[in-house]
Write a protein that binds this ligand. Structure first.
Ligand SMILES: C[S@@+](CC[C@H](N)C(=O)[O-])C[C@H]1O[C@@H](n2cnc3c(N)ncnc32)[C@H](O)[C@@H]1O
Length: 223
């Protein structure tokens, strides 16, 4: 019942414009990478991390900086995003720049591959969220963690105008603003995500964000 009809087509121009805009916000990626690091057991010296829906790879860059021994894999269905991400990681001198073209609904990785899967703002474009969460469960090692950051469906519609204004002031291009607003239209609430996760067999270990905040973070453990 939650399957999506809207297709988010990312052409080369949108991928480049999105990257230019988001590069201004590296602190958001750094902060998420630091939160994710808290969920890697100290005993795991070389964690296997998947940045799912990596886009231009900005989170992968921060993960590389914080966890130089980690094995980091960026996954994304968009060839344009993947191409930008590869170049960005090379430019940033990252040791680990592995990528795979993939959708969450069908991840071409073996079961029990990853210690941690992080996904930032990709949930809105998952065509089949239930299937996506099952795939994440399959790919995680037992005891592995999902760190999911997502736009919040409960964010008041009237406040979207403020977001648009913020983006205009910060020189986001029209394409990028539309992409972002469409993402809100396809967002989920934290309760919905919690339900997906528990139905899939995850246990929720952390939630961040008030009911009507613009985004939320949820961390879940695979049994
Ligand atoms: C809003 S961008 C976020 C990119 C990156 N995580 C960031 O925060 O900068 C969403 C990304 O999700 C990817 N995506 C779209 N559908 C997906 C799917 N079914 N599974 C995984 N990723 C998907 C898009 O190609 C895009 O790169």
């Amino acid at each position: 019942m939650y399957d999506k009809k809207q297709d988010f087509v990312i052409d080369k121009t949108l991928a480049e414009q999105f990257t230019r805009y988001m590069e201004k916000y590296s602190e958001l990626y750094r902060s998420l990478a630091m939160k994710a690091r808290e969920h890697i057991p100290k005993s795991v010296k070389k964690p296997v991390i998947v940045d799912l829906g990596t886009g231009p790879g900005l989170l992968s860059i921060e993960l590389n900086k914080l966890l130089p021994d980690a094995n980091i894999l960026g996954a994304d269905p968009s060839i344009y995003m993947l191409s930008i991400a590869k170049n960005k990681l090379i430019d940033a001198g990252c040791k680990h720049s592995n990528f795979v073209r993939a959708r969450v609904e069908n991840i071409p990785l073996k079961s029990h591959y990853a210690d941690i899967i992080i996904s930032r703002f990709s949930l809105s474009s998952w065509k089949k969220p239930k299937q996506g969460f099952s795939e994440i469960f399959r790919v995680l090692k037992p005891g592995g963690r999902l760190v999911l950051e997502a736009l919040n469906k409960e964010f008041p519609k009237r406040k979207l105008l403020l977001i648009k204004l913020h983006m205009v002031v910060n020189r986001a291009e029209k394409n990028v603003i539309k992409y972002h607003i469409d993402y809100y239209k396809n967002a989920f609430s934290i309760n919905q995500v919690e339900q997906f996760l528990t139905e899939t067999g995850f246990s929720i270990i952390k939630k961040e964000g008030e009911r009507t905040d613009w985004k939320f973070l949820i961390v879940a453990a695979r049994t």
